[in-house]
Design a protein around this ligand. Structure first.
Ligand code: AHR
Length: 333
């Protein structure tokens, strides 16, 4: 009613101001990829806040989400948070302001989400967590979590090492490249691995530091490890990319990866699988990034008000060098 009483000039000024404010706030969120605003037609509008583009896994995950949205006829608003929590919070607030139908996001770290999730809940917008979990005590703040069991991935990695170190004599010195500090995969993989190797007291983690899930981070931290520790027997990297970065540091130090230093990683993206098939890695626990189709199904369901399970786990496997050789030709990402 108030709008109808406005003369044309003030209405134009208000519209222009709103457009400027919206453009400013979207631009402040990092790399946004926004289509037409929601509500134009019957399409479900999904606002998705992605962690970043830190790894091959993440690129495959982003592609899976974009392709699946197009296939499912869902309008996707996509924001790359460049691994910053504040960017994700801004993106989610934008999606609330734009009144999207569903919000999906992969939280860069586990803590600090309650306020913004409550804002989404109060606005009546269902939230789906994908890939990484949050530590909110109030589970009603989101509808479901779709992703991997990261503790299991760490445990499977540790169990392979226990099995393959049986004949070793003396201490087995392990260095660990952790993922992003405070992230669910870094916390959980560390925990699962530590629990598994506790079965054999000669397996000792002598250094553990974050390489932020990137190749550059993996290389840089591995260089430090190699300088500080003359005897490194095993590298456990929380993802392929850090392991691939570490390969460069190991080779530059005159050591042979996969032989002088046993390398265990997580993900099983193509480059990681190639390194495993080439004998440079020794074992990979898979973490599947292909979450797009399931996310779209869930978005349709929660939008329709249907009940969904609180946790949906991705099916995953593990690879030895021989298994990687066999699987590589069909590897999609
Ligand atoms: O959250 C999944 C992890 O994030 C992947 O293992 C890693 O490669 C990515 O950056």
């Amino acid at each position: 009613m108030r709008n109808m009483r406005m003369s044309l000039a003030p209405r134009r000024a208000v519209a222009a101001l709103a457009a400027v404010l919206l453009a400013g706030s979207v631009a402040a969120c990092g790399n946004s990829d926004t289509g037409a605003s929601g509500g134009g037609d019957d399409k479900i509008v999904l606002g998705f806040s992605q962690v970043g583009a830190e790894s091959g896994w993440r690129t495959a995950n982003t592609n899976s989400i974009k392709e699946a949205a197009a296939e499912a006829g869902i309008e996707l608003k996509f924001d790359d948070a460049q691994q910053k929590q504040e960017n994700q919070i801004k993106a989610i607030r934008n999606y609330i302001q734009q009144k999207v139908d569903v919000i999906g996001f992969s939280p860069v770290v586990e803590s600090g989400w309650d306020t913004v999730l409550k804002e989404a809940k109060d606005a009546g917008i269902p939230v789906i967590l994908t890939d990484r979990a949050v530590d909110s005590a109030d589970k009603s703040l989101y509808k479901t979590f779709l992703g991997s069991d990261f503790v299991k991935e760490g445990r499977l990695s540790g169990e392979w090492l226990v099995e393959n170190s049986k004949d070793a004599t003396g201490d087995v010195n392990i260095v660990e490249l952790q993922g992003t500090t405070g992230s669910a995969p870094a916390n959980d993989r560390k925990k699962g691995f530590a629990e598994a190797i506790a079965a054999d007291p000669k397996l000792k983690v002598i250094a553990s530091q974050s390489g932020d899930f990137t190749r550059a981070g993996g290389k840089q931290v591995m260089e430090q490890f190699l300088k500080a520790h003359p005897k490194i027997d095993v590298l456990f990297a929380h993802n392929d990319d850090m392991g691939l970065g570490a390969l460069e540091a190991i080779t530059a130090a005159g050591k042979e990866p996969g032989k002088d230093i046993t390398i265990i990683t997580i993900d099983a993206v193509k480059d990681g699988m190639q390194a495993l098939a080439d004998g440079k890695f020794n074992f990979i626990a898979e973490c599947s990034p292909l979450l797009g189709p399931q996310l779209m199904e869930l978005a349709k369901k929660v939008h329709a008000g249907e009940e969904v399970p609180p946790r949906i786990e991705t099916e995953e496997t593990t690879f030895t060098q021989e298994q990687a050789k066999a699987a590589l030709p069909d590897r999609k990402y």
